[in-house]
Write a protein that binds this ligand. Structure first.
Ligand code: MIC
Ligand code: SF4
Length: 637
């Protein structure tokens, strides 16, 4: 009895045993990067020093830092294009669309493995493949042919029965999952969907669900590859890439099973400021809304924008509110244009934005002071929109339109008849903004003045000592550690400069203090580092001298990033010891042996605290060598 997940893992297993909790190495077929994590990933790839990528397919997308306020983002785009041309990487030009949507439409294939330097890489799990988000250095290593190392996850089954009611869509399903699992419930699990309800969902709808599975902390999410998958591939002219991948009958292959009757799911929303703060839409009805944003890698497929267009037909956006729409890809845009559906969007008064991440990561469209903003996105962390006191609610496209028309939170079931939308059997294909992979080892890599060399780090010394620079609470996100937004994200290829913004929204004096004290420690609580895959949230703290983070628990991608750059991720052996450390305390840690349990001395309080360090032998070597890059370089020689 095997799950779909195990079948794909088995075919790609290069090291270890598939026992949950054991470290395994997974062969990676495809890699994906986007610009804001990609510049660092390619600097790292170049530092490894090989002449071409060793994967079956590697892709570089530009979709995040799209505002070219000065030369910096444009230089980054040019750098990425030149690296792609040199090493055999497909390049998706700025304006083509959002990496996950484009990958799902044009490249995803049942049964393959994808590693992407973006936490929403699991979107492609909607195609029946294993797609995992990771830090840039792990993706660089995969491009160099290295396996991806991870803890073998449990396979958690989500059984879907029934069929969604009108005005309820895939976004409501994943909000229902989040309501049950919370932002920590998916940790160390692959969420695998199965059961008779699966066949009622198309691949893009499945992609909405696997995309936002990331918010549960899951390693990834996956749907089987079935007739619907075949049909979607056929609509993309790629039917020949279809294979069937299904779980075996029964449920014994799952560590746990969650039942969801699709017919019972109702329109839901996630309240500020966490994706798991889920409530039925009708409980919030009547709340005035200032802004509605439709798009992001969660809800920007042709299906989603067709529904939006049909619901907006002949209607006007409420005068007190601003509606923005960003399509996930140029292909989606073109398909809406040829059928005339784009017209209803324009006529409604919607502001049509570029095909990119845009407002999702605070790149433009920050809402007004104290605004209520309804977004079809996947994250509503405080301040992420660019307005610190805005209240962001996560909703389905249907609920978004209902608010856009009425000016307040409205149950979309009040909009009348649910429109029938026809998904074309053949999409108008639009590949003009992809530059195919050719290897030209003579191609020149073009660097702009804002692209700083990679910092070099020393091996971990046998003893660490210093002050607690900051103590934070539960669910600290990587947006808290190093925020997004136009200003800070244009520094993603410049570690010395971006490091000045570490924790800037949590404590404006953090950077100065860290520099004055020559680095030190950070204390966190549960789920430290949830959210984005940005390795800058580890690399920049390392650069300013952060030696270890002591937390109750860590999020998967962030802990891997800390290890990659030689910051020790320590967990409290006894969680209450969190109360025995305060900001400013002087700590000392003997790291001669990177043993599983270490004693942390709090010199200020004169107490000893037991902490755990869960590292594989390989990770210990990497930390000793001064980080993972040094270790890979040595191996490639
Ligand atoms: C995000 O949604 O937070 C991002 C921006 O896409 C990040 C990647 C990044 O920080 O560049 C992610 O999810 O990994
Ligand atoms: Fe882009 Fe937002 Fe998706 Fe991140 S979550 S990849 S910022 S659209």
């Amino acid at each position: 009895m095997k799950s779909a997940t195990e079948k794909i893992f088995e075919k790609h297993l290069s090291e270890g045993k598939m026992t949950p909790g054991e470290e395994i190495g997974l062969k990676i077929d495809h890699t994906l990067t986007q610009d804001s994590t990609g510049t660092m990933a390619y600097l790292e790839f170049e530092a490894i020093g090989i002449s071409q990528v060793k994967t079956l397919l590697s892709l570089s997308f530009v979709d995040h830092n799209m505002l070219q306020n000065d030369f910096r983002n444009a230089d980054d785009h040019r750098y990425l294009q030149s690296v792609a041309a040199k090493y055999g990487i497909v390049f998706s030009r700025p304006g083509n669309g959002i990496c996950h949507q484009l990958y799902l439409e044009r490249f995803a294939q049942p049964g393959v493995t994808l590693l992407g330097s973006d936490s929403h890489t699991p979107t492609a799990g909607g195609m029946g493949m294993i797609a995992i988000g990771a830090g840039g250095l792990d993706v660089a290593a995969a491009m160099a042919g290295e396996p991806f190392y991870l803890e073998m996850p449990n396979v958690y089954g989500i059984k879907l029965t029934g069929k969604l009611s009108p005005f309820v869509s895939a976004k409501d399903v994943i909000l229902e999952v989040l309501r049950k699992l919370t932002v920590k419930g998916g940790v160390n699990n692959v969420l695998e969907y199965f059961g008779p309800g699966v066949k009622t969902l198309s691949v893009p709808e499945r992609g909405t669900i696997t995309n936002m599975g990331t918010e549960t902390g899951a390693t990834t999410s996956i749907f089987p590859s079935d007739e619907n998958t075949k049909q979607f591939l056929a609509s993309q002219g790629r039917e020949n890439q279809w294979t069937r991948i299904e779980t075996d009958e029964g449920t014994q292959q799952y560590s746990e099973v969650l039942d969801i009757d699709l017919a019972k799911v109702e329109p839901l929303l996630a309240m500020p400021h966490s994706p798991d703060n889920v409530k039925p839409v009708n409980e919030l009805e009547g709340t005035p809304v200032d802004q509605v944003c439709i798009g992001s890698c969660t809800n920007s497929s042709l299906r989603d924008l067709k529904i939006v267009s049909a619901l907006l037909k002949g209607k006007k956006v409420h005068e007190n509110l601003s509606l923005t729409i960003s399509a996930g890809s140029r292909q989606v845009m073109e398909n809406l244009a040829v059928t005339g559906e784009l017209e209803s969007l324009i006529q409604s008064g919607a502001r049509i934005l570029e095909n990119s991440c845009g407002p999702c990561i605070g790149i433009g469209q920050a809402p007004n002071t104290g605004a209520v903003s309804l977004r079809t996105f996947n994250r509503n962390f405080k301040g992420r929109s660019g307005t610190q006191d805005a209240n962001v609610y996560l909703v389905s496209p249907e609920t978004a339109v209902a608010a856009a028309i009425t000016g307040k939170i409205t149950d979309p079931r009040k909009l009348g008849m649910y429109p029938e939308i026809g998904i074309p059997e053949k999409f108008v294909l639009s590949d003009a903004m992809f530059i195919p992979a050719v290897i030209n080892s003579n191609a020149k890599v073009l660097m702009g003045p804002n692209i700083a060399p990679l910092p070099q780090f020393q091996p971990t010394p046998p003893q660490l000592s210093g002050e607690v620079l900051l103590k934070v609470g539960d669910n600290i996100t990587t947006d808290d550690i190093l925020p997004g937004g136009t200003e800070i994200m244009s520094l993603r290829s410049n570690i010395p400069e971006i490091s000045k913004y570490i924790f800037c929204r949590v404590d404006a004096n953090f950077y100065q203090r860290a520099i004055q004290k020559h680095g030190g420690f950070i204390v966190g609580a549960e789920n430290y580092g949830q959210g984005s895959s940005r390795e800058h949230a580890a690399l920049a703290p390392k650069y300013i001298g952060v030696k270890a983070v002591i937390a109750k628990t860590f999020a998967r991608i962030h802990i891997a990033n800390l290890i990659n750059f030689g910051i020790l991720p320590l967990t409290f052996a006894v969680k209450q010891d969190y109360n025995n450390i305060d900001q400013g305390d002087l700590l000392e840690l003997d790291t001669n042996e990177l043993a599983e349990t270490l004693i942390l001395k709090n010199k200020t309080k004169n107490v000893e605290i037991k902490v755990n360090l869960n590292l594989s032998n390989q990770e210990k070597e990497q930390i000793k060598a001064g980080g993972k890059l040094a270790a890979i370089k040595a191996k490639q020689k």
